[in-house]
Structure formats: structure tokens, C-alpha cells
Design a protein around this ligand. Structure first.
Ligand SMILES: NC(=O)c1ccc[n+]([C@@H]2O[C@H](COP(=O)([O-])OP(=O)(O)OC[C@H]3O[C@@H](n4cnc5c(N)ncnc54)[C@H](O)[C@@H]3O)[C@@H](O)[C@H]2O)c1
Length: 286
């Protein structure tokens, strides 16, 4: 099932920064007109200007994906714009980790709303339009954390497994009806996500360990793939009609190792988690 980007309307959430920005620009380069959506209005409008400079039409729509009504309005506006919405990339997300018992209920709800419910509300609102037209592509940013558990990122992992489950099931549901589903599962990408990530230690302390934060930022900067690499993998997956988008091929090997012996995989992950905690303690000098 081929997809011709030319003359289509694409929507990207969380498009002011990182992976969303790169995918909005790449979709424009492929021939789409693009609706850039975010809560960072200045950043989003800059991306609109970059897309217009490429000769494509673009508009910015402020959308807090944590709010179902705002997502529904975004989907409706995207269809109204040119009469069709062809490609929707649900991408906005935040990081959250820490001790599950220490994370306030409101924070659990926030990460579930932004990282998971937003994907469901989009599909719910957009699917009738795409099914009626018998065409369209749904791209969902999950994560490697949607395929493998991470003790330091339990709430994040919960949401990303949910997105992967949604996409894998949806892909079967819409098969042979002209639609394509693509779930993006990167390892580390050099973006600003860590600036919008929260961590709740077991002792309930709220002191931000700046030294540790800076170390993690450095890891993202130095070890992270460029977001443009993720956008290129998304376009390849759309062209090749692949459900899973693995910008880092080594993730596929990690998943294979997990299912070859899941108990051994989790035991090994537990040892690594202990080592990470020791290293973090050593770093903060406690
Ligand atoms: N950076 C990584 O290593 C990595 C790895 C795997 C998956 N991801 C996923 O990629 C996606 C994009 O993140 P990124 O790494 O580009 O980070 P980023 O922080 O650079 O970009 C995220 C964008 O989402 C926006 N956003 C945050 N909350 C929002 C809300 N409530 N409503 C609308 N927009 C909101 C932010 O303003 C920002 O522009 C996320 O879903 C993230 O979980 C990132």
C-alpha cells in the first residue's frame, strides 16, 4: 500500500522541538502541508516559518494533548483546513520516572493523559474520517520503553507499552482498509525531553540533583541520535509500509534477546538497575 506525500495534509503534535519538529519539517520536504501543534507557541511558530520557507503551507495550532477536547478540536481543524487529514503523527510526550509509590496520583494521571490517552483520543476522533476515505497514515511515537521495561522510568514505560499495544492492534484492525499504522520506538535521541522529565525519589525528597541532571543531559547530547534520523526512519516506514519503526536497529536485537529468555533478561535488567543506582549515589556524593 503506497502513500504519496504530495498534496497531503500532515499533523504533528509536540512539533516545536525534537522528534516532532524534525518529522514536521521532513513531511514538508516530502510534499505535505503541515499543521504544527504544541503548547510551546513560540517554538511552534518558528517551525511553521521553516516549513513555509520550504514552499509548503503550514499553520500553528496550540494544543495541549492532555486535554481531550483540544485534541478533538485539532483533528476537526485539520480536516476543515483542506477537506482531508492524511497523516497524523501523535508525538508529544514527557518523561517521568521514580518510585511508583512516591509519584503523586495527579502526576500518574498527567503522564497517562499526555503520553497515552492523547493517542487514543486522536484515533477515536480521526479514524472515521480516514476509514470513510479509505486512506491515511497514523504515526505514533512510543519508545524503546514501549518494548522493554525500565525500572527507572516506570510511569513512562507504562504509557509507551500502551501506545505499542494500541498500534499493533490497530494495524490489524485497519488492515485492507487503505490505512497504515506506524509505531516509532527509538532508544536515545538528542532532544529536549530531559528538560521536561520528572523523577520522584523513594524518600519523597524534592531536591533536584543538578549534577545528576547535567550528567543525563550530557548522555542525551552525546549518545543520542539526531532527531532527523528518527524522521528519516519514519518516512522509510511509511514508504515501506512497516508497522514498527526502529531508528536504532540494535533495539530489535534487544527485543529478540528478551523473548529468547524473558526471565534472564529481567534478572540482568535488575542487576543493571542496582548498578545505575550505585553510580547515581556516587555521582551525587551521598
Ligand atoms: N528523546 C528520546 O530519547 C526519546 C526516545 C524515545 C521516545 N521519545 C519520545 O519522543 C516524543 C517526542 O519527544 P522529544 O524527545 O522530541 O522531546 P522534546 O521535549 O524535545 O519534544 C517534545 C515536545 O512535546 C511538547 N509537549 C510536551 N507536553 C505537551 C502537551 N501536554 N501538549 C502538547 N505538546 C506537549 C513539548 O513542548 C515539546 O515541544 C515523546 O513522545 C518521547 O516520549 C523520545
Amino acid at each position: 500500500m503506497s502513500f504519496d506525500f504530495n498534496g497531503t495534509v500532515a499533523v504533528v503534535t509536540g512539533a516545536a522541538s525534537g522528534i516532532g519538529r524534525a518529522s514536521a519539517i521532513r513531511f514538508a520536504e516530502e510534499g505535505c502541508d503541515v499543521i504544527v501543534s504544541d503548547i510551546n507557541d513560540d517554538g511552534g511558530k518558528e517551525v511553521v516559518a521553516e516549513i513555509e520557507a520550504l514552499g509548503r503551507k503550514a499553520q500553528y495550532i496550540h494544543t495541549d494533548v492532555a486535554k481531550r477536547s483540544e485534541i478533538e478540536d485539532l483533528v476537526a481543524a485539520s480536516i476543515d483546513w483542506q477537506g482531508h487529514c492524511d497523516l497524523f503523527h501523535s508525538n508529544a510526550g514527557i518523561g517521568m520516572g521514580g518510585a511508583p509509590q512516591a509519584i503523586p496520583v495527579e502526576e500518574w494521571e498527567k503522564v497517562l493523559d499526555i503520553n497515552l490517552h492523547s493517542h487514543i483520543w486522536t484515533v477515536r476522533k480521526l479514524l472515521p474520517h480516514m476509514l470513510e476515505r479509505g486512506s491515511g497514515r497514523l504515526v505514533h511515537t512510543a519508545s524503546s520503553a514501549g518494548t522493554i521495561g525500565f525500572a527507572m522510568l516506570i510511569p513512562y514505560t507504562v504509557t509507551k507499552f500502551g501506545v505499542v499495544g494500541l498500534c499493533e492492534s490497530l494495524a490489524s484492525y485497519v488492515a485492507d482498509r487503505g490505512l497504515g499504522v506506524h509505531v516509532v520506538c527509538p532508544l536515545l535521541v538528542n532532544t529536549n525531553i530531559f528538560d521536561r522529565s520528572w523523577n520522584y525519589p523513594e524518600d519523597g525528597s524534592e531536591v533536584v540533583d543538578e549534577k545528576f541532571q547535567e550528567q543525563v543531559r550530557t548522555i542525551f547530547r552525546e549518545a543520542g541520535m539526531a532527531p532527523e534520523g528518527v524522521a528519516a526512519s519514519i518516512v522509510d516506514a511509511i514508504n515501506g509500509d512497516h508497522l514498527y519503526v526502529f531508528p536504532h536497529p540494535e533495539l530489535k536485537q534487544m527485543i529478540e534477546a528478551k523473548w529468547a529468555d524473558p526471565d534472564a533478561f529481567v534478572r540482568n535488567a535488575a542487576v543493571q538497575w542496582q548498578m545505575q543506582q550505585e553510580a547515581a549515589k556516587a555521582l551525587s556524593g551521598s
